[in-house]
Design a protein around this ligand. Structure first.
Ligand SMILES: [Zn+2]
Ligand SMILES: [Zn+2]
Length: 400
């Protein structure tokens, strides 16, 4: 079930990045501790221990990525990829905590204003911190992009905000030296609010894949293009993707095939498409086959219904269309795909207008059985536009 980057390569990059992070933070810790002891400064020593806890974040990132990269086993046949999301959550949590601590100390400084003391050594240390943290933030960001890792995205934010907090201290010292104004507490307060806000948004981002998200539009588009380019496929819908860590997906899709063919033939095509999807995208897909009626009458009914629906709402589409002949006349059954978040009244209006429109255009008493569906892919993906175009052009151009 491994994706395209290759799991071992991904883990190797992550472990290397984690080690570099630990090393940088330990160096800062050691340097500050030595200077603090030498200069007998408690505040520098306290700052040194901040870097020790930053090294802790790097350890979480390293261990999380390593564990996430472990192969699937009997207890976890889908692999361990989701461990990475938990690690990212922990890093994001620690980063938010830094914001809360900064907020607390800024409020205290606001209430008890003190003169700012600083020496050449302090300044040297501050610039050293800024350089190391900035370098680390940029490095983590590159790693996060390269292997699409939420842990390293969170770690990059963490390093970047450490850098910003230190830079704010330097700024306050500079302003104090030039003008005598002590803006340390005010700057710290503003910055801490930003850090907390940023931390909460990263927390939300890291939790989202654990709750279950809508499909990645790019991957959905890719899968549906592969499915729909096969001869004998009339359309596809209801693509569901479950993520078991970065680049590990399994899911299902409905594929419309000629309902008159044998089960054996339909199954052979479905199997073939499943294999191709797996080879080209790494996704383990199960195909549910929907029989399409390919006779002229059913095609005409579907086309009329589609045209009417699109006139009522441009962003609606339909699938699984069935035409039945009963004793009381004809019956249409189909699913309507509508965007999320519509009012009940709007959904009722759409079905009412569709019923009215069909009755007028067909001049007969018609039974409609329709079901309302919502998309699993958030934004209207390109594949859906392709489908929309094809639907309006009529489906017969896909006949085998
Ligand atoms: Zn279906
Ligand atoms: Zn099978």
């Amino acid at each position: 079930m491994n994706g395209r980057t290759g799991n071992t390569e991904r883990t190797r990059v992550a472990v290397q990045a984690g080690c570099i992070g630990i090393l940088c933070n330990l160096l800062l810790f050691g340097g500050k501790l030595a200077l603090g002891l030498w200069g007998n400064s408690i505040s520098i020593m306290a700052d040194a221990f901040n870097n020790l806890s930053d090294a802790g974040s790097s350890v979480i990132a390293l261990l999380g990525s390593r564990m996430a990269g472990r192969e699937a086993d009997a207890e976890h046949p889908f692999g361990h990829g989701r461990i990475e999301y938990i690690a990212a959550f922990l890093v994001a949590f620690l980063l938010t905590e830094v914001g809360l601590k900064t907020l607390e100390s800024s409020v205290r400084k606001l209430m008890h204003r003190e003169a700012l003391h600083f020496s050449g050594i302090t300044l040297l240390l501050l610039f050293m911190s800024i350089a190391v943290k900035l370098g680390l933030a940029l490095y983590y960001r590159t790693v996060a992009r390269r292997i699409d890792s939420s842990v390293f995205r969170a770690s990059a934010s963490d390093s970047f905000q450490d850098m910003a907090i230190t830079a704010a201290t330097v700024l306050s010292l500079g302003v104090f030296r030039l003008t005598g104004w002590n803006i340390d507490a005010a700057v710290g307060l503003l910055l801490s609010l930003f850090v907390i806000w940023n931390g909460i948004s990263i927390l939300r981002e890291t939790v989202a894949p654990l709750i279950g998200e809508s499909n990645d539009p790019k991957l959905s588009c890719e899968i549906r293009e592969i499915v729909e380019k096969h001869r004998g496929v009339y359309g596809s819908h209801d693509l569901v993707l479950h993520q078991y860590g970065p680049e590990r997906y399994m899911g299902s899709i409905h594929v419309e095939l000629d309902g008159a063919q044998s089960l054996r033939r339909a199954h052979a095509l479905a199997d073939h498409i499943e294999r191709q999807i797996r080879e080209e995208t790494g996704v383990m897909l199960v195909i549910h086959t929907d029989p399409v009626q390919t006779d002229a009458e059913a095609r005409d009914c579907r086309k009329r219904t589609e045209r009417l629906l699109r006139a009522i709402r441009g962003d609606a589409s339909l699938h699984d269309f069935r035409l039945r002949h009963t004793e009381d006349g004809r019956e249409f059954e189909f699913d309507i795909l509508l965007p999320w978040g519509l009012e009940k009244e709007e959904e009722q209006r759409i079905t009412r207008e569709l019923e009215k429109g069909l009755a007028e255009s067909l001049q007969e008493k018609l039974r409609l059985r329709l079901h309302i569906d919502h998309p699993y892919t958030s934004a209207r993906s390109d594949a859906e536009s392709v489908e929309a175009e094809r639907a309006s052009a009529g489906i017969e151009n896909r006949r085998e």
